[in-house]
Design a protein around this ligand. Structure first.
Ligand SMILES: C=C(O[C@@H]1C=C(C(=O)O)C=C[C@H]1O)C(=O)O
Length: 368
């Protein structure tokens, strides 16, 4: 993947291994901005970057849609009290112009914008030639390509200072989260785009302040690179996202409670870890041998089906395989979800191979 600059090279003094971004969901009044800063200082909870929403994309009209440009002027208050970089969301070119005019240090692209390549491209064009870091939130839907695509659009206009934000994915059925985490998405992003830092936003994932610590800890356990936590001096009376904001004191407690983990220095794994990894290598070899053996028998069954004019998919047999293996797996401490995914994957390959068998060697019939 393309070279980009990590947060430590943004020229903003962001040297820490885990970046903490905090501040209110929305800037509401100059007094509110000042009070949040004062309470952050008093609670010893000054983040690395201060966040404040100036324009709020709301699901339905009628709720508070952000204070607009006036709020950008209040960012001077933050600079005065905390002397830290400031970030806000931009959703169109007018936002970009105003944010640049008022010296916002870091921009972020919101989830509702990331879904729309036209909107992302317009913002990218407005940023061509500008030296400013941009953080891209995941799109509303769990589409990794769209997330990477938005980062690439920024990179293509010369934005090298890039990071991603994992804020969860909209899900009509799963009501446990406001936005379902789908942890595999940020992990895949980090795997595909080497060195891409992903900041976790537990506030938007959980949707209520009680669950923030648990989700934040999981993000750190998985190896994400920082946290963005909505923080307000009086969360219950916040003009937006009242349920999920925490006070600076609560932010401090959350950060103090998190057990921050560190990436492994891959060059020097301990002897113990090396032994365990060798054992995994050996087992993986055996797994591959077994899979290859299974598929060679599947091919023989395919040949048999071809000779006897049988269909590839056999529902009764498949149900029996699925049910019995799932139960056996559960008894061996493997999760039901994992067993089902594994078996679906194996079955898909089986039927593909057999169908190919049916096509490739049509038995010669004497037609003349
Ligand atoms: C292997 C067969 O073909 C298909 C593949 C199966 C499998 O992978 O276990 C099971 C049932 C069939 O849908 C079979 O009919 O036995």
């Amino acid at each position: 993947m393309k070279d980009h600059l990590q947060t430590k090279d943004w020229g903003l003094g962001l040297e820490k291994e885990h970046l903490i971004i905090a501040g209110p969901c929305s800037a509401e009044t100059p007094e509110q901005v000042e009070k949040v800063c004062q309470d952050m200082l008093a609670a010893n909870a000054v983040p690395d970057i201060f966040r404040a929403g100036i324009w709020k994309p709301r699901t339905r009209p009628g709720s508070f849609e952000g204070i607009g440009e006036d709020g950008l002027k209040w960012m001077e208050i933050v600079r005065h009290h905390l002397n830290i970089p400031i970030t806000t969301e931009v959703g169109n070119t007018a936002h970009v112009e105003m944010a640049l005019k008022h010296g916002v240090d870091v921009l972020w692209i919101g989830a509702r914008t990331t879904v729309n390549p036209f909107a992302v491209q317009e913002i990218a064009e407005a940023l061509r030639g500008v030296d400013i870091p941009v953080m891209v939130k995941n799109p509303m839907n769990p589409d990794l390509e769209l997330w990477i695509g938005a980062l690439e659009r920024m990179h293509a206009v010369g934005i090298e200072k890039l990071a991603a934000i994992h804020r969860g994915f909209s899900d009509a059925y799963d009501k446990k989260f406001r936005n379902k985490p789908n942890w595999s998405m940020p992990i895949h992003l980090k795997r595909i785009w080497k060195g891409m830092q992903v900041i976790n936003d537990p506030s938007h994932i959980v949707g209520n302040r009680a669950g923030i610590l648990e989700t934040a800890q999981r993000a750190i356990n998985f190896g994400l690179d920082g946290l963005m936590i909505e923080t307000h001096h009086d969360p219950d009376n916040a003009w937006s996202d009242a349920k999920q904001q925490v006070t600076p004191k609560q932010l401090k407690d959350i950060l103090d409670s998190i057990d921050f983990k560190h990436p492994l220095q891959t060059e020097h794994p301990s002897e113990k870890l090396q032994d365990l990894r060798n054992a995994v290598d050996h087992l993986d070899d055996q797994l591959l041998d077994l899979l290859s053996e299974r598929f060679s028998i599947i091919d023989q069954i395919g040949a048999h089906k071809r000779e006897h004019n049988l269909t590839v998919f056999q529902a009764d047999r498949w149900k029996q395989v699925m049910d019995s293996r799932t139960q056996k797996g559960i008894a061996k401490n493997l999760s039901e979800k994992f067993m089902k995914e594994l078996l679906y994957c194996i079955h898909e390959e089986s039927v593909k191979r057999q169908e190919k068998k049916l096509r490739e060697e049509v038995p010669t019939k004497k037609t003349i």
